[in-house]
Design a protein around this ligand. Structure first.
Ligand code: EPU
Length: 419
């Protein structure tokens, strides 16, 4: 099993190029199943979650060609199968997007409940509720969620909670459903907007993505075309946290500064110097002491839950008590036990973590317990003296493209070793 060996204690300095957004890619690739014709998708991140979802659509009969490591051609014209492979589906959360895509395309879908990072219960009731509102009948058996969408038609859906996955799945299901669909209390994340932009560029009629209400006029078919995925907000935020935790000075390139507003605001409140340019952001934390703060994660445009673990590590490097409240997931502090081996002092009470910052972090041997927890361990390792070993890299590989090369280019001492 591969491991990272990281010798930390050096400020990160230099430039880093942000890849395409994972959570947009894993929605847009299944969306290509709705299209008759070739879709060329650019700026796809070279990560294992993308490989998994590409394998899944290939196993359904889509023709997939990698044109280079960040560009893929998908032609689902001759798709014949509407039953997803249970083994592949178990590898990732986003396999649930095959439900919306297949019912839109076939009027039928058989997809296992999703896998993915484990931070407590991850229900899909809102996804299923939206399918039912759109006229589907759903039955669960031991392996599959079986959806009959013969009677699929436009309708009104009111989500009880704001869910990225349910919003995207409902958009996928409604794109080819006859009539008008109105989705209310939608998620507003940049990748929801990116999915709608992709579908519209292929001929869909979707308005309002990025607001609470999305209106969809069902169209008969979608045509092929070329689309480029937005930059990854969470990867950018991870490098911002790494730059600040090591008291470095990093220019983060190929980003959309607007998508980082909630993150930038918290960094500025801590005393980090953040300079914004058109498609770049410079994070400089080597000129003045940083301050402890309070952070609450919320759906977009709030502070993203996926940056909660990196933020906990960053705040551990700052003198004083900081408080991080998790407002999206019920149980997303499990990784703290592992991080404690590196000297963080955090007490967790339900969804509130109280961080006693300023204690020296120490090198240790740790396991990446999930994707973003893994990223937080990399940041902790970069911020402390000594050599840290991080195992279970499959979690980090799911979402961070070429992380070793990117960190090396910023001056980090990081190696990936076998065994
Ligand atoms: N929820 C329900 N019922 C549902 C759906 C969600 O109760 O039917 C609850 C969840 O339990 C959670 C909250 O609603 O408490 C929000 O969940 P959401 O559905 O928005 O999450 P998701 O779509 O499963 C995506 C990202 C996650 C990210 C969340 C929140 C993908 C593939 N995953 O998950 O990303 O944490 O949105 O922003 O887009 C990651 O990239 O590391 C990651 C975990």
């Amino acid at each position: 099993m591969d491991k990272f060996l990281i010798k930390g204690g050096k400020p990160l300095c230099g430039e880093v190029h942000i890849s395409g957004a994972k959570n947009a890619a894993v929605a847009i690739i299944p969306a290509a199943l709705l299209v008759e014709g070739e879709c060329v998708i650019e700026n796809i991140p070279d990560i294992s979650d993308v490989d998994s979802i590409l394998s899944m659509i290939q196993s359904l009969g889509a023709k997939v060609k990698k044109l280079d490591c960040n560009t893929v051609s998908i032609d689902a014209t001759t798709l014949t199968c509407c039953t997803a492979d249970p083994e592949l589906a178990a590898k990732m959360r986003a396999s649930y997007y095959l439900m919306g895509a297949l019912i839109g395309r076939f009027g039928e879908a058989h997809v296992p409940p999703p896998g993915g990072c484990n931070f407590g219960t991850r229900p899909i009731d809102q996804h299923l509720k939206s399918f039912e509102s759109l006229g589907c009948t759903i039955e669960l058996d031991d392996t599959f969620v079986n959806i009959d969408a013969e009677a699929l038609c436009g309708s009104d859906v009111y989500f009880d909670i704001v869910s990225v996955g349910a919003t995207i799945n409902a958009v996928l299901a409604a794109t080819l459903a006859p009539g008008k669909t109105v989705l209310e209390n939608c998620a507003k994340e940049p990748h929801v907007v990116d999915l709608a932009n992709f579908l519209n560029s292929m001929g869909a009629n979707i308005r309002g993505a990025g607001t609470d209400v999305i209106k969809i006029n069902g169209v008969e078919s979608l045509r092929g075309g070329t689309y480029s995925i937005i930059p990854d907000q969470i990867e950018a935020g991870t490098y911002m946290a790494a730059a600040a935790a090591t008291r470095g000075d990093v220019l983060i390139k190929n980003i959309i500064p607007k998508h980082l507003d909630s993150i930038t605001a918290k960094f500025v409140e801590m005393g980090v110097t953040v300079e914004e340019y058109d498609e770049e952001i410079r994070v400089k934390a080597n000129d003045k002491p940083l301050k402890n703060i309070r952070v609450k994660t919320l759906p977009y445009p709030g502070f993203p839950t996926d940056l909660q673990p990196p933020m906990v590590v960053l705040l551990s490097t700052v003198n004083g008590v900081s408080v991080v409240t998790e407002g999206v997931w019920d149980s997303r502090f499990q990784y703290i036990t592992e991080l404690e081996k590196m000297g963080v002092k955090v007490s967790v009470n339900g969804t509130v973590a109280t961080i006693e910052g300023g204690n020296p972090l120490k090198a240790a041997s740790v396991c990446a317990t999930d994707l973003r927890a893994g990223a937080s361990m990399v940041i902790a390792a970069l911020a402390c003296n000594g050599e840290t070993e991080i195992s279970q890299l499959r979690h980090i590989d799911r979402g961070y493209e070429h992380i070793v090369d990117k960190l090396k280019a910023l001056g980090a001492d990081i190696e990936r070793i076998n065994g």
